[in-house]
Write a protein that binds this ligand. Structure first.
Ligand code: ADP
Ligand code: MG
Ligand code: MG
Length: 208
């Protein structure tokens, strides 16, 4: 059966760091419309620090790897997204065992990660945040799990993108965008956009 080892997890993190770097200007542009124009620079700073940590250290297990990732994001990213992504990775890694993760174990870890984001940020689907991309992604993963890891991750990435787009017409109820009230409607959420990059990176690397 297919399973994900630490090298694939590391490839995922490097791919996400690359995607964030490539899209940093776009993420900041989205945040300039409904926030404070720093989401791209926040995430790029955080994932650059994560990539440096991957270069500097060898990690013996996935939980140890993701603990480092989460703590690096919490400490290097100012703003809402640092603690939220940091919590995701801490919980995700905490739910993994020491060995390789199969499609079921990866699904359980994804659930633990998104539960952490919701506990921390208190956003629900429809509040126009990253949760609008995460929730349908995890649901799609569950639904496609029987078709194997690659199919489940691909379904998750597609659902995340649809979730991101479904949030665009909505009024924000959490985070800085909520300060704009009705004027937040019609703008794509930056955090939902970076979440799509994270899940697309997973689909491109974890089952490769
Ligand atoms: P800040 O808003 O502090 O400047 P960022 O710009 O880096 O932080 O991140 C903004 C993104 O964080 C938003 O687009 C949204 O997706 C996400 N976000 C903000 N608040 C919450 C929350 N309470 N729950 C989930 N996601 C949130
Ligand atoms: Mg911001
Ligand atoms: Mg900010």
């Amino acid at each position: 059966t297919e399973s994900v080892d630490i090298d694939r997890f590391t490839a995922w993190l490097r791919a996400f760091a690359g995607a964030i770097h490539e899209h940093a200007a776009e993420l900041t542009e989205l945040d300039s419309a409904i926030g404070d124009a720093d989401h791209g620079s926040n995430m790029d700073r955080g994932m650059t620090a994560v990539a440096a940590a991957l270069d500097a250290d060898e990690f013996a297990s996935a939980p140890a790897l993701f603990k480092k990732v989460g703590m690096t994001l919490v400490s290097s990213v100012g703003g809402a997204s640092g603690p939220l992504y940091g919590t995701f990775f801490l919980r995700f890694g905490g739910a993994l065992g020491e060995g390789d993760a199969d499609v079921t174990a990866l699904g359980a870890a994804l659930h633990a990660g998104i539960d952490g984001i919701v506990q921390r940020g208190k956003a629900e689907v429809g509040d126009k945040t990253m949760v609008d991309a995460w929730m349908p992604a995890v649901q799609a993963y569950d639904d496609a799990r029987g078709d194997g890891l690659a199919a489940a991750l691909r379904a998750a990435a597609e659902a995340a993108a649809r979730g991101r787009d479904s949030a665009t017409p909505l009024v924000a109820h959490k985070g800085r965008a909520s300060y704009l009230g009705e004027r937040s409607a019609g703008h794509q959420d930056p955090g939902a956009t970076s979440t799509v990059l994270l899940i697309e990176s997973a689909a491109a690397t974890l089952a490769a």
